[in-house]
Design a protein around this ligand. Sequence first.
Ligand code: MN
Ligand code: MN
Length: 461
Amino acid sequence: MSEFKELKEKLFYKRKNGLLDCDLDAVNGFCDGYMSFLNKGKTERLCVKEALAIAESRGFMEFSADKKYSAGDKVYVNNKEKSLILAVIGTEPVENGTRIAAAHIDSPRIDLKPNPLYEDSELALFKTHYYGGIKKYQWTTVPLALHGVFCKKDGTTVEVSIGEDLSDPVFVITDILPHLAQDQYKRSAGELIRGEELNVLVGSHPFKDDEGSELVKLNILKILFEKYGILEEDFLSAELECVPTGVARDIGFDRSMIGAYGHDDRVCAYPCLMAAVESVNPRFTSVTILADKEETGSDGNTGMNSSLLEFFIEDLAATQGGNGHKALRNSKCLSADVNAAFDPTFPDVMERRNAAFLNYGAVITKYTGSRGKGGTSDASAEFMAWVRRILDENQVTWQTGELGKVDLGGGGTVAKYIANLGVDTVDLGVPVLSMHAPFEVVSKFDVYMTYKAVKALFKAE
Ligand code: MN
Ligand code: MN
């Protein structure tokens, strides 16, 4: 080798496509499990239900602050059916620190308004309020399923899940035909479809009667009453979400990618969940939190900006007579969330040297935010070095990424809320194409590497 080549080999930082040399059976096997989780977990509630079923089958028990726990015990906290904590007790006292993996299980979608059902021109429709950051025009003319709950005054809950089975009806938001779109095209892209135009078509068959108005609406309410026993006023205490119907699919002739609704952030939640249930007798207590409300800013009692995680770790330390504040200060966290993948069709929004690429492995995002790093935690060099070491020691293929070019936009994750507790935290997750669209794309290899990264965290010294 020439001196030039030798020096270059030694000194340059290299990234390479992980598919050139990987255990493809392991990658595909893991992703089969992920795709099945995705098909069942169309909403945060359904993700909690599925994650809980997996955890309980692996011996996790409901956490009680009044019990004593010993090394190897597995506990969970089901937080209002919308977020979930799993922990495996380590051999070290909790106050010596925990290893935390955090991901969110809510995804952008179309929520029903509290009083949604109306009839106009003999069609029945739902008024909606979109949830999270969406390009509204993408959500028209896409078949939608409806999932959620009606909570009745008598304390009972009726679950609704309609539009996934091929024999089910689906719903849709209509759009203007191109022939008549001249004026619509003059609107700015963000206004192409306005929030109040995201109305979901739910029926057209009038109730058979010679007189009276709102016969289509009446017929819909009759069907809902017969099927679910609900009255129109029960919508006032419901949480109903319209999401794209259908299952996760392989993408490409080579089947190297997955297309689906809700990758962000179930594509990180599932790797965290599997690493959590496979964490056996760790030295440091492994804690996994699957949070809700990330897409709307993490506020509320199921979001990461609540005290849920903080109080849980303090309670857990207290069961051992330990100090919860110390436990937090000594803890380390991978905030598992997606980042934008480089898209050759839209290269202008990315800065190549610091962008994440499909198949280059789990992406570490040192900071998110916008403008001059506003609204983000920025992981310390010391912690970055620790993470580099544990990933390399465990043969995890990884890369770094930034959320697009400086000053072009930005975003955030749950990382800052955990970092605010004193925990060393950095984002790590899967690069995504078409993020927040009804159908997002990830690489199977990157999903598997995110799982390996969280496993590495849970066994790290
Ligand atoms: Mn996310
Ligand atoms: Mn998101």
